[in-house]
Design a protein around this ligand. Structure first.
Ligand code: ADP
Length: 261
């Protein structure tokens, strides 16, 4: 390669070959940078909880073990750190599979209202800690059947509702609505009256590890992967996700789903 006898064509072929090679090298470089950045981010995310756990263990070994109350408190905190590590690793596993297109969707028909209710039940305690109420914005008397991967959509709802609680104000509300859209689609909205997001941060929200306020959200215990997982899952369904937010007023995350007969 390239096989030709004509000199002009040969020169052109060689130039094309060189350009292709250059492009190939550029692509490899971009991929390599992406990989490096990912590994950098991952180790950074793991470092904080690992050091926390190590800190508690060292303090216990250093004598804190003698006191029964302190021992219990520190073991509890170390346990929380390990729990956080497990969440991060699970999210990492999920994002890696989603990015590799390695996640087979199991499409089934289910009632989205019932699924939201299940997620509410699971998150009730978490919301109650901040006295945030989780509710539908209207009475749904009939099921609304959709076609999607139920488990993944449960994860989408969980991530969005957890965020609305994390970034919600004390005694605030998170409301869910499900509405018919044109052409066999429904739109599910998760609306909070929390802190909202400044305009300039909105375009970056769905990036891996992106957080508006790093120190604050670490304290809240997220991996910074929640929204990027949500976006991948919705896009894997060939559906759309939207965000509208006003700083100091609240946010609304919404996504479309296919209606089932
Ligand atoms: P995290 O683990 O930090 O919560 P996410 O990917 O779920 O990661 O969210 C990314 C960032 O988007 C959050 O750190 C937060 O700054 C912002 N965010 C997400 N949901 C909301 C919301 N409902 N209200 C305000 N800010 C939000």
């Amino acid at each position: 390669y390239p096989i030709t006898t004509d000199m002009a064509t040969l020169t052109k072929e060689i130039e094309k070959f060189a350009t292709n090679k250059k492009l190939e090298i550029e692509t490899l470089k971009i991929r390599e940078n992406y990989r490096k950045e990912f590994i950098g981010n991952v180790s950074h995310e793991l470092k904080t909880p690992l050091f926390t756990v190590q800190g508690y263990i060292l303090t216990l070994l250093d004598g804190a073990m003698e006191d029964k109350n302190i021992r219990k408190k520190y073991l509890n905190r170390a346990g929380k750190g390990v729990e956080r590590l497990i969440y991060i690793v699970k999210d990492l596993d999920m994002i890696t599979r989603l990015e590799a297109g390695d996640l087979n969707l199991h499409i089934e028909k289910f009632d989205i209202i019932e699924l939201v209710q299940n997620v509410f039940d699971l998150l009730e305690m978490k919301a109650a800690k901040k006295q945030i109420s989780l509710a539908f914005d209207m009475n749904y008397t009939k099921p609304i059947m959709v076609s999607a991967d139920k488990e993944r959509i449960q994860q989408v709802l969980t991530n969005l509702i957890v965020n609305s609680v994390k970034y919600g104000r004390e005694k605030g509300t998170t409301e869910i609505s499900v509405e018919n859209l044109i052409r066999n689609k429904v739109i599910v909205r998760v609306t909070d009256n929390g802190e909202g997001i400044e305009k300039e941060n909105i375009p970056r929200l769905f990036e891996r590890f992106y957080r508006v306020d790093k120190s604050r959200t670490r304290k809240e215990g997220g991996s910074g992967l929640g929204l990027s997982i949500v976006k991948h899952i919705i896009e894997a369904h060939n559906e759309k996700i939207y965000v509208e937010s006003e700083y100091g007023v609240g946010s609304e995350f919404s996504f479309t789903l296919e209606k089932a007969e």
